[in-house]
Design a protein around this ligand. Structure first.
Ligand code: PLP
Length: 386
């Protein structure tokens, strides 16, 4: 997934800054994951000196491959915990942990402090900015555009960290016309970008694009802050409303700034499958379920607006992380996860990524399951064990 790149850099940025700050406490990384952050963070932080990492994933909320990748993770300093709850529950518990007084005391006693591998950590967003410049320069190199031409970016989004990194790239000088945000059936971002209302009072769906099954999108708060003219008081008010009532609406001026730069759309699950098939037939390219949301939304957008601007679609994961859905989409047959990998490879010729080869036989090393209400206490006991 795109996170693997950013999270291979973050541990190095972090250890370097700890050294420069002469920080001698251990850092405990907390990560809530809808599937891909977990593996990427585990791989990045495993056996990195002075760090340990705890990953919380929703049992029943990640794909079989994502789960197997995480529970078979090796490394002396890693722990992976399944929670009864969804991704939002895991992410909000992790956010609470950062402000918890009791945890602060315990962490001081045990000479440790907390940090995050989620995109609430700006160390995740910074490396992601590079994707946008890189893809733009690729188009220039291939003579698809000339240096200085504007492009659109279409970004499958959940926590909005990828898309926000693109917006940072724009502010660093990259010529961008529009950002098109794509969602699945959990279409809270689509509604926000079309109405200015963020309404989390809605059903949470488990979909075939689980990394985007999110109702509380962390980085949107950052975007709203910029779009409101960096009005911290106003954004605080919105976030308090969100917490109390599950809903807020930005003022007209802020919304006008947002609409100027951002468009949005979503695909339901059947549309995701149909899009994977259509794209394969048209281009011979195998999309994963998340990237399919982007592909489908981009087609809708181009049809509705007639916008001819060259558009870069960010591919967010390998189709082999969601092989059952992709196989079903292409060949209309339900297969067990590992059969789906094998057959998908056989029939499409797309290579299986190296880290997934032999994954079936890897030993399960992490079997801890807890309730979402036990996360804070779990972190406390982990600190006490240091
Ligand atoms: C994380 C993820 C997304 C969403 O990215 P955000 O930065 O959270 O918006 C989309 N697709 C895949 C495959 C992901 O792993």
């Amino acid at each position: 997934a795109f996170k693997d790149m950013a999270l291979s850099l973050l541990p190095h940025l972090m250890t370097l800054s700890l050294k420069q700050l002469k920080e001698d406490r251990e850092v405990m990384i907390l990560a809530a994951t809808s599937g891909d952050t977990g593996k990427a963070a585990l791989e990045g932080f495993k056996d990195v000196e002075g760090t340990c990492i705890k990953v919380f994933y929703p049992l029943d909320g990640v794909s079989a491959i994502q789960q197997q990748q995480m529970v078979s993770q090796e490394g002396k300093n890693v722990k992976v915990v399944g929670i009864h709850g969804n991704f939002d529950d895991a992410q909000s518990a992790v956010k609470v942990a950062f402000g918890d007084k009791m945890l602060k005391e315990v962490s001081d006693q045990h000479h440790v402090f907390l940090s995050s591998a989620n995109s609430i950590n700006v160390g995740r967003l910074i490396p992601q900015i590079v994707y946008y410049f890189h893809s733009y320069f690729e188009l220039v190199r291939n003579k698809e555009i000339e240096m200085g031409d504007q492009v659109n970016f279409c970004v499958p989004s959940g926590n909005f960290g990828n898309c926000l990194a693109g917006w940072f790239a724009k502010n660093m000088g990259l010529p961008v016309n529009k950002f098109i945000t794509a969602s699945n059936k959990n279409n809270i971002l689509t509604d926000f970008f079309t109405t200015g209302k963020y309404d989390a009072n809605r059903e949470f769906f488990k979909t075939n694009a689980p990394a985007m099954d999110i109702l509380v999108s962390s980085n949107l708060e950052r975007l709203v802050w910029y779009m409101s003219g960096k009005d911290g008081d106003k954004v605080k008010e919105y976030m308090e409303k969100l917490k109390a009532d599950g809903i807020y609406e930005v003022d007209d001026e802020t919304f006008a700034h947002i609409q100027d730069q951002f468009k949005a759309g979503y695909l339901n699950e059947e549309e995701v499958l149909k899009t994977i098939k259509d794209c394969y037939e048209d281009n011979g390219y195998v999309l994963d379920t998340h990237t399919a949301c982007g592909y489908g939304v981009l087609k809708q957008y181009q049809k509705e607006t007639g916008d001819q601007t060259k558009t870069i679609l960010l591919s967010t994961a390998s189709p082999y992380k969601f092989p059952e859905s992709v196989y079903k989409a292409l060949f209309n047959e339900e297969l067990d996860v590992y059969d789906a990998i094998e057959k998908l490879n056989e029939k499409t010729g797309v290579a299986v990524p190296k880290p997934l080869v032999g994954i079936k036989d890897r030993e399960v090393l992490h079997k801890t399951h807890i309730d979402k209400t036990e996360i804070i206490n779990f972190i406390k006991s982990e600190m006490e064990g240091l």
